[in-house]
Design a protein around this ligand. Sequence first.
Ligand code: PBG
Length: 325
Amino acid sequence: MDLIKRPRRLRINENMRRLVRETSVSVNDFIYPLFVVEGKGIKREITSMPGVYHFSLDLLLKELEEIRDLRIPGVLLFGVPETKDEKGSGAYNPDGIIQKALREMKKEFPDILAGADVCLCEYTSHGHCGLICDGDVLNDSSVELIAKAALSYAEAGADIIAPSDMMDGRIGAVRKILDENGFTNKTIMSYSAKYASSFYGPFREAALSKPSFGDRKSYQMDYANTTEALREVENDISEGADIIMVKPALSYLDVISRVSTRFDIPVAAYNVSGEYSMIKAASEKGWIDEKGAVFEVLTSIKRAGAKIIITYFAKQAAAWLNSQH
Ligand code: PBG
């Protein structure tokens, strides 16, 4: 054939491919989610998420040593409290599970970024992300409690405050309460475009946070919408978000792409529990190659425009990346 253009020239061998590669994944991009439980000596694998554990405080500190050694920049803490109530008071109790974890963590590992997921659903007896009145999830009074929780995490040492409740106006309320209390340097990473997704299933088992009635569709977004995501992001930026997030990642790469093209602040993507467990399950069955699938997925999230990836694969991927050199 008389071809001028032969795109295959640029794929001729691995060095050529490295040279022209447009996207790369680095350990610098990762945030590792961690689940903290009450008690001592507990490192218990979560059935729905092989390779992910519930940690009591003492063993959480051991895990953080590994995270430091792998050079993962930050973690995102989720609390699994022993008791729950209607008002989710464990979320804003100064001696709550996450507050204790943050204090211990910052004492031993001041340099690892401590992110705190801010939501009520792990702490409410009904499993919703806010207060309930007549079967509805209230907005404004829930925001007050979300802001209170955010402040208590900041006081306990959190570096990154990450509201995941999807109530209206919570970013402004969180920024205000942080600033009024002298925490002007605490970063807000907002779960801005968080969709009502079936891919949170394994997480809800891990965090025991499945709603006891109804669903989250009156606050989390409809997966059919993208321009709505742009409005959510715009609101959160104007209310003071430093980093915005799209969640989940894989069925929402178009949203990541539109958001990152339109706004010039760092975009995070949450590669959620269901996305993790699908790969784990398929690779356990020998149906896909795990390492290949993990890097393909992580690279696709970067290619779409995210800078930060919150992923349960962070440790494994960091170890693989480190062993390449
Ligand atoms: C709390 C929260 C959830 C996740 C992160 N923060 C669960 C939910 O909204 O039901 C999901 C994370 C995952 O699936 O990995 N609101």
